[in-house]
Design a protein around this ligand. Structure first.
Ligand code: ASP
Length: 440
C-alpha cells in the first residue's frame, strides 16, 4: 500500500477514544503549567486522586493478565522447537534494538558534551531530601548485581504476586507454562481456566480505558505542575541530547528496523499503539500500560501466540528509553566531574546500561535507580554521585514519561516483526480500519 494511503487510513481511523485521551493529555499539559504558577491544594489533591485511581485500576489487572497471557501463549505454541525459535528471535531483536539505542545515546552525549559546565548548578538545585533518597538507593544497589539476579527467582511465587514483583512473576509463569505445555492433554483444565482469566481481564481493561482520558489528563497535569521549570536551563543540554536520541530511536530506528525485518508498515503499528503510548506517557509505567499494549497489538492483528509471549517479557526486559537515559546520564555525570572516558569505559557504560535497563521494573523512576549499576567503576565519590543525581532528579518525571513511550513502542515493534516473520499477523486487521472499529 502506498505511504499516503497508509497515512490517510491512519488519520481516518477516527478512533474516538484515542482523541479523547489525546485531548486529555494536551489539556493536562496546559493545566499543569497553570498550576505550576498558581498552586491550589484542593485542585492538586483532586488531580492526584483521579490520576491514582486510574493507575490503580490498570495495575489491578496487570498481574492476572501477565500470568494468563504467558500461560496461554506458551501452551498454544506448544512444541519446544517453535518456542525456542520465538525465544531466540525475541532475544536477538530486543538485543539489536537496545544496542542501537545505547550507541545513539553514547554517540550524542560524547559529541554534544551535555555535562560540560553543569557542575556550577549543583548546589543551587540539590534538595536535601532528594540527596538522602538518592544516597540510600545508591548504597542499596551498589555491588549488588548477583543479588539482583538471584531475586529474579521467586522464593515463593505467591509472595511475589502479593508484592507485585514483575520479573519473578514472569520467571515463574514461564517455567510453569513450559511445564504445562510438556504434560500434554492433562493441562486442559488449567489452560482453560487461564483462558477465561485472560478474556475477563481484557474486558476489564477495555472498561478501564473509558476512564483513560480523565486519568491521563490528571496524571499529566500533576506531573507538569510539579516540575522545577527553573532548573530547565541548568540541564537543558542534557535534555536536548535525550530528546534527540529519543526522537532518532522513535522516528528512524524503529521504522528502519521494521522495514528490514518485516513488512509491517510503521504508520499502521504506531496508529494501533497510539492509545497505549498516551497511557504510557501519563503513567510512566510500562507494566501498568501492559494490558493496553497487548490489547492494541492484538486488536490490530498480531496473534495472541506472539503478543502474549513477547510483550510481557518486553515490558520488563526490553527498555530502550531507559537504556538511552542511563547511558546519557552517566556520561553527563562523568563530563560534569571531568572524568576521562576512554573507549573501553564507554563500551562498559553501554554494556552495563543494557543490563541495568533490563533489570529495571516497568514502574516510574526505576531507570534512575538501577543506574547505580552503570556507575560502577567510574570512580565518582558518593558525594559527587548524590549531588549529580539530585540535579537529574529535578526533571526525572518528564524524561520518564517519554522514555516509557519508547519502552513500550520497542516491545510492539519487536512483537510485530516476529509476528510478521512467523506468519502470525492478520494484515487485513492491521490495514483495515473498519475491521478495527468492529473490534473496538
Ligand atoms: N518508567 C519506565 C518504565 O516503566 C522505567 C524507567 O524508569 O525508565 O518503562
Amino acid at each position: 500500500m502506498k505511504i499516503h494511503m497508509q497515512i490517510l487510513i491512519a488519520l481516518g481511523l477516527g478512533l474516538k477514544r484515542n482523541w479523547h485521551i489525546f485531548f486529555g493529555l494536551i489539556a493536562g499539559i496546559f493545566v499543569g503549567i497553570f498550576l505550576h504558577s498558581h498552586q491550589s491544594a484542593l485542585v492538586s489533591n483532586i488531580l492526584v486522586f483521579i490520576g491514582q485511581l486510574f493507575i490503580r485500576l490498570i495495575q489491578m489487572v496487570v498481574i492476572p493478565l501477565v500470568i494468563s497471557a504467558i500461560i496461554i501463549g506458551i501452551t498454544s505454541v506448544g512444541d519446544n522447537k517453535q518456542l525456542g525459535k520465538y525465544g531466540t528471535k525475541m532475544i536477538l531483536y530486543y538485543g539489536i534494538i537496545t544496542v542501537i539505542a545505547v550507541t545513539i545515546g553514547a554517540a550524542f552525549s560524547l559529541a554534544l558534551r551535555p555535562g560540560d559546565g553543569a557542575a556550577q548548578y549543583i548546589n543551587s538545585t540539590s534538595a536535601i531530601e532528594v540527596q538522602h533518597q538518592v544516597a540510600s538507593t545508591i548504597e542499596a544497589q551498589k555491588g549488588n548485581m548477583l543479588n539482583i539476579c538471584l531475586n529474579f527467582i521467586p522464593k515463593n511465587p505467591l509472595e511475589s504476586v502479593a508484592k507485585g514483583e514483575m520479573i519473578p512473576i514472569i520467571v515463574f509463569a514461564l517455567i510453569f507454562a513450559v511445564a504445562l505445555a510438556k504434560v500434554g492433554e492433562i493441562n486442559r483444565p488449567v489452560v482453560s481456566f487461564f483462558e477465561s482469566v485472560f478474556a475477563a481481564t481484557m474486558k476489564v481493561t477495555d472498561w478501564i480505558m473509558y476512564f483513560a482520558a480523565p486519568g491521563v489528563f490528571a496524571l499529566t497535569a500533576t506531573a507538569i505542575s510539579s516540575f522545577g521549570i527553573d532548573v530547565f536551563h541548568s540541564i537543558s543540554r542534557y535534555l536536548l541530547v535525550l530528546a534527540i536520541c529519543f526522537a532518532i530511536q522513535f522516528f528512524i530506528v524503529y521504522p528502519v528496523f521494521l522495514k528490514i525485518f518485516s513488512k509491517v508498515p510503521v504508520i499502521m503499528l504506531y496508529t494501533a499503539m497510539a492509545e497505549a503510548m498516551m497511557v504510557a506517557f501519563g503513567t510512566a509505567s510500562s507494566s501498568a500500560t501492559l494490558p493496553l499494549t497487548i490489547a492494541c497489538c492484538e486488536k490490530r492483528g498480531i496473534s495472541h501466540k506472539i503478543s502474549s509471549f513477547v510483550l510481557p517479557l518486553g515490558a520488563t526486559l526490553n527498555m530502550d528509553g531507559t537504556a538511552i537515559l542511563q547511558t546519557v546520564a552517566v556520561i553527563f555525570l562523568a563530563q560534569m566531574y571531568g572524568v576521562h572516558l576512554g573507549p573501553f569505559v564507554i563500551i562498559q557504560i553501554c554494556f552495563l546500561a543494557i543490563v541495568a535497563s533490563s533489570t529495571s521494573a516497568g514502574i516510574p523512576g526505576a531507570g534512575l535507580i538501577t543506574i547505580a549499576l552503570v556507575l560502577n567503576g567510574l570512580g565518582l565519590s558518593p558525594e559527587q554521585l548524590v549531588a549529580g543525581f539530585a540535579l537529574l532528579f529535578a526533571l526525572e518525571k518528564l524524561t520518564d514519561m517519554f522514555r516509557t513511550i519508547l519502552n513500550i513502542t520497542s516491545d510492539a515493534v519487536v512483537a510485530a516483526a516476529i509476528a510478521d516473520n512467523e506468519n502470525e499477523i492478520n494484515y487485513d486487521l492491521l490495514n483495515n480500519p473498519e475491521g478495527y472499529k468492529e473490534i473496538i
